[in-house]
Structures are given as structure tokens and as C-alpha cells.
Design a protein around this ligand. Structure first.
Ligand SMILES: C[C@@](CO)(OP(=O)(O)O)[C@H](O)COP(=O)(O)OP(=O)(O)OC[C@H]1O[C@@H](n2ccc(N)nc2=O)[C@H](O)[C@@H]1O
Ligand SMILES: Nc1ncnc2c1ncn2[C@@H]1O[C@H](COP(=O)(O)OP(=O)(O)O)[C@@H](O)[C@H]1O
Length: 286
């Protein structure tokens, strides 16, 4: 095989709890992760010579060692003594720096792609071990679908799939860094923690109402006071028929969950006049 095309899906967090701050600055979390049908496309091919060359349709994204895709290829070339060159072309649709793990997902796709392109036949465990050295969310992106993520995000447990529904994703035109959100979280001042175990039971029972009533993300306590547009957007989605709404990951993307496609589409239309919203899509859980 000389060329491979991979789909790289985004995620949302249906629940995000922080349990403990570690001495290395990372945080122990309990998160319910859900892949959604919004994806980037990664095309990889072998080239003559030894170099890695990367192209991306978003000019502001790095295409050198700063890109997680580049890092994954470089690491795997070294680890598996691959001398061939690799050319990679990335087409982005997942909002960038949005709390949807776009970069981590691209990184996971590149790890899978390298394994297939060079016949490495790596196990999921091996790919996750490589992935976690590049980002806490990468192992989950290798797994995909519905999962509980613990540790720094790398300890994964498969969960029952999310009941079918429509998810409206809306990204305001602000940026929040993941490191900033975690660093500024006042763990000892949290009044309430998300009911992650209750949501796991709701997933087992395919209880969408239960899931929607338990959507909670402790990082909102950092991002909403700084960027009230996140709260406004959640309220907007709820006023337009969402069963529940939440910020994903470290934000600023907000999602709303809908039972009917037409309600979700109408809510999407209602966002058109709102200048703060830069990207919006209606998708389904994967
Ligand atoms: C918040 C979440 C929720 O899914 O996602 P995003 O908002 O990035 O999509 C993740 O925990 C983000 O994971 P990821 O984006 O892979 O994190 P990394 O690149 O490894 O870390 C970026 C920075 O975030 C902080 N960090 C990350 C993960 C973690 N469990 N504790 C942390 O404190 C650290 O300061 C770290 O330097
Ligand atoms: N393949 C990639 N796609 C998007 N961003 C990337 C990628 N590689 C590195 N980055 C860098 O990572 C930062 C966070 O991007 P992203 O993964 O989209 O955010 P998040 O984890 O919040 O969803 C970006 O600002 C960008 O500079």
C-alpha cells in the first residue's frame, strides 16, 4: 500500500469532572467522551527520500513539527526504523482549538495511518501508548465512539453507545487554551461534581432524557465567567428546543442535544444572525 485516506472524527464531552491535581500539573479526570459525525480527512502516502512533508487547507495551522500529525509520523519513523518519506495532506472541518480534540484526532489518525501504510500491524494498546506521549486525548481518539476516560484521559472503558439523536455544534469566535482552563480551575471551590456514574447508567438504559439532565463540565466554571458568550450560546440552544446543552472539553464549542432533526436544523438556522458564532453544524453521534 502506497497511499491511504483516513477520516478523523471530532468528539464532545457529555460529562467532564476533574478529580485531582497531580504534582506534574496534569489533572485526573472522569469524562464521558462521544465521537460525533464531523470529520477532517487525512491523506498519507509514501514518498522517495526520507522527509516528512505536510500540507493543510487552513493556512494558519502549522505544517511542521508543531503539528501533532507531523509529530506522530516523526515519532513512528524513529521508533519503527522507517526510512521512507511520508507526505500528508490534511483537510480540516473540525473547529480548531475548540474543545473537540481536532488535533488529537488527527494525531490518532496519523498513528493508524502509519501502522497501515508500513504494515506494522500495531495493536490498539501499542497505538495508545504512542498516542498518550503526544496528548492526553489521543488514546481516546484511537478508540473512538462512547467511552469513559479516566487518569489524565488515557484510561479508557468502553460504554454503551449514545442513543440516536441530533447534536448541534456551535463554536464562538473566541479561543480558550486547554492549559489555561485546567490551570485556572478552583478544584476546592467546586460546589458540585457531574454525576458521571448516573450518566453511565443512563447510557446503559438508552435514556436520552437522563443523559440530557446530567450534562455537566467543571471547566465551565473557568470559561463562562471569562467568556459569557458560552453561557449565552447554551441558553440560546435551550430556548431553541435543545433537551440539554453544554460546553465541550475546554471550550469554547457549545453543543445542544435534540430529539428531532427539524428542531436541530431550525436551531442551526437561528444562529445565522449571531455574529459570535463562527462555525455551526448539525451532526449525529458516531
Ligand atoms: C479538555 C479535554 C477534554 O477532553 O479536551 P480538549 O478541550 O483539549 O478537546 C482534554 O482533557 C485535553 O486533552 P489534550 O488536549 O489531549 O491535552 P494535552 O495536549 O495532553 O495537554 C494540554 C494541557 O492541558 C492540561 N491538562 C490536560 C489534560 C489533563 N488531564 N490535565 C491537564 O491539566 C495540561 O496543562 C497540559 O499541558
Ligand atoms: N492537526 C492539528 N489540527 C489542529 N490543531 C493542531 C493540529 N496540530 C497541532 N495543532 C495545534 O493545537 C492547538 C489546539 O488545537 P485542537 O486540537 O483543534 O484543540 P482542542 O484540543 O481544544 O480541540 C491549535 O491551536 C494548533 O495550533
Amino acid at each position: 500500500m502506497d497511499r491511504i485516506v483516513l477520516k478523523s472524527f471530532g468528539k464532545i464531552n457529555l460529562g467532564l469532572d476533574v478529580v485531582r491535581r497531580r504534582t506534574d500539573g496534569y489533572h485526573e479526570v472522569r469524562m464521558i467522551m462521544q465521537t460525533v459525525g464531523l470529520c477532517d480527512t487525512l491523506t498519507m502516502r509514501k514518498t522517495k527520500g526520507e522527509k516528512i512533508s505536510m500540507k493543510c487547507d487552513l493556512s494558519f495551522l502549522p505544517t511542521d513539527r508543531k503539528n501533532l500529525v507531523y509529530q506522530a509520523i516523526e515519532l513512528m519513523k524513529e521508533r519503527y526504523h522507517i526510512s521512507s518519506g511520508v507526505a500528508v495532506d490534511l483537510k480540516k472541518r473540525i473547529p480548531v482549538a475548540a474543545g473537540m480534540a481536532g488535533g488529537s484526532s488527527n494525531c490518532a489518525a496519523a498513528i493508524k495511518g502509519m501502522s497501515q501504510l508500513f504494515g506494522l500491524d500495531l495493536s490498539i494498546e501499542e497505538m495508545c501508548e504512542i498516542g498518550v506521549s503526544l496528548g492526553a486525548d489521543v488514546p481516546y481518539c484511537i478508540w473512538g465512539k462512547t467511552a469513559l476516560a479516566e487518569g489524565i484521559g488515557e484510561k479508557l472503558t468502553r460504554l454503551s453507545p449514545m442513543p440516536d439523536c441530533w447534536i448541534l455544534i456551535a463554536k464562538p469566535g473566541i479561543s480558550v487554551s486547554t492549559a489555561f482552563a485546567y490551570k485556572n480551575l478552583k478544584l476546592d471551590q467546586l460546589e458540585k461534581h457531574p454525576d458521571i456514574d448516573g450518566m453511565i447508567r443512563d447510557l446503559e438504559n438508552q435514556d436520552l432524557d437522563g443523559i440530557c439532565s446530567k450534562l455537566e463540565n467543571v471547566l465551565e466554571t473557568v470559561t463562562i465567567p471569562k467568556h459569557p458568550v458560552i453561557r449565552d450560546l447554551k441558553e440560546h440552544l435551550l430556548e431553541h428546543g435543545a433537551e440539554g446543552a453544554l460546553m465541550s472539553g475546554s471550550g469554547p464549542t457549545v453543543f445542544g442535544i435534540y430529539k428531532e432533526k427539524h428542531t436541530a436544523r431550525r436551531a442551526l438556522e437561528s444562529l445565522r444572525g449571531i455574529q459570535d458564532v463562527k462555525q455551526a453544524y448539525v451532526v449525529r453521534p458516531v
